[in-house]
Design a protein around this ligand. Sequence first.
Ligand SMILES: [Fe+2]
Length: 433
Amino acid sequence: MEVEKSGFLSEYSAASRFYILIVAIGGAITAYYSVLDFKGVFWFELVVWLGFFILSECWPVTLITEDQITISFVLHISAVVIIGVPAAVLLAGISSLLVELFSRKPIVKTVFNCSQYMISVFATGFVYYQLLGLGPDVYFNMHLDLLAFAASAAAYFIVNTFMVTIVVSLTQRLHILDVIAEDLPMIVFYFGATVCLGVPLVLIYRMSPPATILLTLPLVLAHYSFRQYLLIRIESRETIELLADMIDQRDTYTARHSSRVAHYALEVSKRMHLTVKEMNDIYYAARVHDLGKIGIPDAVLQKPDRLTQQELSVMQRHAELGYNVLSRIRLYARSARYVYSHHERPDGCGYPRGLRESEIPKGSQIIAVCDAYDAMTSDRPYRKALSREKAIAELQKHSNTQFFQEVVTVLLEVLRDEKSPETSSWPEYYQYD
Ligand SMILES: [Fe+2]
């Protein structure tokens, strides 16, 4: 696993920079002692392993919190057993450096990833050989060494995951447990499913190095399947969002309404200290909150004049229609309830159910306020946009009746601190259940 946050050092907080510096120093010390301890490995073997490492890092999969996962950890752990800790540490650092430089990644990210890989490999080797109680030339023995191999794989997983999680937590200002909770199920599944291939890889390599090519296919297949699975999830989400944008265009003549609402909903959610999972659900609900308008006739949806009571009833069905569609899609199962209640009001005069106060889910409260603000500040065919000041005055005037006081207060903080409207984005990530 490696961090994928891009940018310059100045974009990182002081705490992030300090942490990255500590990891970089740790990486440098690990590299130094690995050079001192390096001995007894054929150059040809080193070149082959370097090639394996580089190839394994070329097709990463991006996870929920923007960090990436590659198949390289299987090779790192296997290399510790086969060619020893110093060589494995140095090759992990060199391969990471070459891949990152070739991909023109920012220097901060390159230094961090090289360092954390070397430290992870060193921790793996330390655990393996401590448990084994033998030197690095030990022959991999199925009966005795399996326990040491499993423990060293666990050490790699823990050290690597924590180092990357901490930097994600610091750079995205999220609680570390939140970050772990979001990524952990997917990482454990992927790691557990693929690391088992390390054992046959070591055994086959000891018998006949060229025969390890036989394991290439299952390794590539495992990684490819995982990658495709995540890509399909992304494409499914993008398809629904594209549909929501088309409905926005049909309704408001701009495909950006839902994107802006999602942006504000996310910013508000962050300041309300919700969990990553809640932020995730709210963001994606906001992104498609008016999807149900797909079932509203043009004569009602695009009517420039005031709607009749009957037309209003037809229009109000969009919240329930959206819920009916989204609740059937696994990716939106949790977000659907926020869509259902995004027109409810604290005074109970909203629709479709006339809920009151705490009966209304927090996500719906947030979307309702952000939706109203963006609607007021956008041009419509039948009226000009209100100024930001007038829209804010409206939100304040109707706090506690139409809008939720707490959300209005937080949205005003977001607007006050906004450098330019709609600049942040939520990473393209996935829900895990
Ligand atoms: Fe709506």
